[in-house]
Design a binder for this molecule. Sequence first.
Ligand SMILES: Nc1nc2c(ncn2[C@@H]2O[C@H](COP(=O)(O)OP(=O)(O)OP(=O)(O)O)[C@@H](O)[C@H]2O)c(=O)[nH]1
Ligand SMILES: [Mg+2]
Length: 473
Amino acid sequence: MNQNNFDSLRKIPQQREETIAAISTPFGESGIGVVRMSGPMAEPILKKLFKSKKEISHFDSHRFHYGQIINPKTGSPVDEVLAVLMRAPKTYTREDVVEIQCHGGYLLLQKILELVLSEGARMAQPGEFTKRAFLNGRIDLTQAEAVIDLIKAKTMEGIEIANQQLSGWLYRELTSLKERLIHHLALIEAHIDFPEEEIDEIPRMEMTQDLVEALRKITDWISNYDEGRVFREGISCAIIGKTNVGKSSLLNVLLKQDRAIVTPIPGTTRDVIEEVLNIHGIPVRLIDTAGLRKTRDSIEKEGVMRAKEKAANADLILLVLDGSHLLDEDDFEIVSEVKDKKKVIILNKKDLPQKVLLEELKNQFPDDPVVSISALKNEGIDELRRIIYNTMIQREIRISPEHLVIANIRHKKLLVEIKVSISKAINGLKEGESYEFIAFEIRSSLDSLGQMVGETTTEDVLNRIFEQFCIGK
Ligand SMILES: Nc1nc2c(ncn2[C@@H]2O[C@H](COP(=O)(O)OP(=O)(O)OP(=O)(O)O)[C@@H](O)[C@H]2O)c(=O)[nH]1
Ligand SMILES: [Mg+2]
């Protein structure tokens, strides 16, 4: 096969003679803060800045050392710290790594970073430590992507999916698939290259069966993407309805806190209020909006416009109606506004005498779940939470080490490409297509596989992935 396909980007030196440095802890005050370096200058820089009562002529690797950071120009102490030197290759980046744990004041961290930079390190770009771990071959691209997912996860389910990927489970599956495909390709290419030699006939049946088996696995992975994505990225959920129907009350009761102002005056909420909530493992960005009505008030007008914009972009609409009043023109207008959106119809104020019947509403919205609640009395809220979950999770997925969950759109797109090529190869085998044709399809599936794990990924795509990281990771 064409070896260029798998010429790993990781073998290309990426100016890694440079030593990078960054503050790895968040901006603000904290108990401790960490300045991190990676690269060949990490140890010499540490030796220049670090002073200990005990003479440390030789740093033990992977051990804490107690001492002070001093300004080498003035000799004055900057902070009392613990420093760790981790010598390559058993480190996060596979390069020499130094971590300086100092007091967590931001100015202090800035000062230590400045000293490190003035001694020859350069500022790290977002995700550059992890990028080096990838470029130096410690992790593949799917594992690097899992690092960012782990940091950004909002629920335990999100953490589990990221951990599964970080442990290299996806990488191992893809590697074994790659080996199978390379095996088939080698057989076919031998026939193409030496047609007149005495080589065994290609076992078309067995090859077909093996590819069908691989296809089944890939199809299975693709099929749980929608659910995986929901757990990884979460959903946006806009609470929409007329004024005074209880939208802000609903936000508050779901959040279990008085986040939004609630009054009997229609038009209370003007601006958009957003909060994140965990619904059975789904991170839900809940958006309370201004009640939709025609208004002359310019502030409220702006609020109504924003509400419509949020409704248009939301993954899910919570359409709130007031069950204690007959529905009117305003309600119907809102209904028609969101008719093509995924939504839950909520009949609020069930504690009051009802003018709208739940059954009638169910007939009116045969395709949408309908639920009757009281935001004021906290009734029906658990049922609503369950309905929101069921609306987004069509099929239950098991998140466990044995069940691979695909949650990243980049992975899904590549898996679909692989699926298409393998399907074509299978059909080609069944219909007696030329070996060139089958080899071409297997090669293109191998190329997509290479992009997935980062072996043939373009620099552009890599940059886009690592840009999402924070500085210092
Ligand atoms: N009885 C009863 N009153 C409710 C219920 N939910 C909300 N209310 C009352 O209805 C009034 C309006 O509630 P809000 O939550 O401010 O309504 P809203 O839809 O956010 O209103 P705007 O922000 O003006 O669009 C308040 O007086 C609430 O106490 C309910 O379930 N039962
Ligand atoms: Mg409101």
